[in-house]
Design a protein around this ligand. Structure first.
Ligand code: OGA
Ligand code: MN
Length: 284
């Protein structure tokens, strides 16, 4: 029988008593979906799913899409992004490095994804954990005065400027990338499309700028808010076990990967991503 249990006081719901490869009734699914929207992440343990089943289960939450470089996508299911340090015939089978600073995915896009479902297939004995932070909680904890001050501010996100922070292992953006990667601006207080609740959108340890200000002028307020955003009471560090699924709401949660021994141990994660263009729950 379906059971929903908070992960911590500040973030997340653990979903128990389901097998995601079996039929989940609309009534049960509605409860799961609501818990996702309310608490920003869902944890479902002990699951055994094929790439097809992973994509099918993700589809119940929204439209699946892929915005990342296709060379790291699962061969048979291009909707699945492979995160791994494993190599096959000398070539990496997945992206070896996933965001080690606090971030939401695709923040630099006009339409960032609504969420992602990460599934653990192989995990190292130590490390490779993932942190999650609840941006509803972070926003709600701000003093009213500060809420009023940031209400109409916008953040300007530069993919070029963010690159060395998010991916220190990758080469600097090429001339062509610099030309293609235009800055985007998004509200600093993000109103959730489904619930209407407000979430803080300030990024992690990346120099985001406030619209109308220089990076230097923005820094005091932005860095303060970035620190509030990840106060321990709104965050949770997940130690992965094989078979764990975490679905995060990318509109209201940030996350961050942690290091592990990449030469002596293996990590293999599969990720699906839900488009941010659709704002209401799709029919089952
Ligand atoms: C991601 C990501 C974190 C991790 O998939 O977007 O940041 O721990 N993953 O792999
Ligand atoms: Mn990420």
């Amino acid at each position: 029988m379906l059971e929903l249990r908070p992960i911590t006081e500040g973030i997340g719901t653990e979903v128990l008593g389901i097998d995601v490869t079996e039929k989940i009734s609309n009534t049960d699914f509605d409860r799961i979906y609501e818990a996702w929207i309310d608490t920003t992440i869902l944890l479902i343990r002990g699951q055994d799913m094929t790439p097809d089943q992973h994509v099918d289960f993700t589809r119940r939450f929204g439209e699946v899409f892929s915005y990342t470089r296709s060379k790291f996508n699962e061969q048979e299911r291009p909707e699945i992004l492979v995160l791994s340090n494993i190599t096959k015939n000398g070539k990496p089978i997945g992206s070896p490095y996933s965001g080690r600073v606090w971030h939401s995915d695709g923040a630099y896009l006009e339409n960032p994804p609504a969420g992602s479902m990460l599934y653990a297939r192989e995990v190292p004995p130590v490390g490779g954990d993932t942190w999650f932070g609840n941006m509803f909680g972070a926003y709600e904890a701000l003093p009213e005065e500060l809420k009023a001050r940031i209400e109409d501010l916008k953040v300007v996100i530069s993919r070029v400027r963010s690159r060395p922070y998010n991916y220190p292992d990758r080469p600097a953006p090429t001339e062509q990338e610099r030309a293609e990667w235009v800055d985007v601006s998004h509200p600093m207080v993000r109103v959730h499309e489904v619930s209407g609740r407000k979430a803080l959108n300030v990024g992690g340890n990346v120099p985001w700028r406030i619209e109308g200000m220089s990076e230097d002028e923005s820094a005091p307020l932005i860095t303060f808010l970035q620190e509030v955003a990840v106060l321990p009471r709104f965050t949770y560090r997940h130690r992965w076990q094989v078979g764990d699924i975490i679905l995060w709401d990318n509109r209201s949660a940030m996350h961050r990967a942690t290091p592990y021994d990449e030469t002596g141990t293996r990590r293999l994660m599969h990720r699906t991503t839900i488009t941010g263009a659709r704002s209401v729950r799709p029919a089952a």
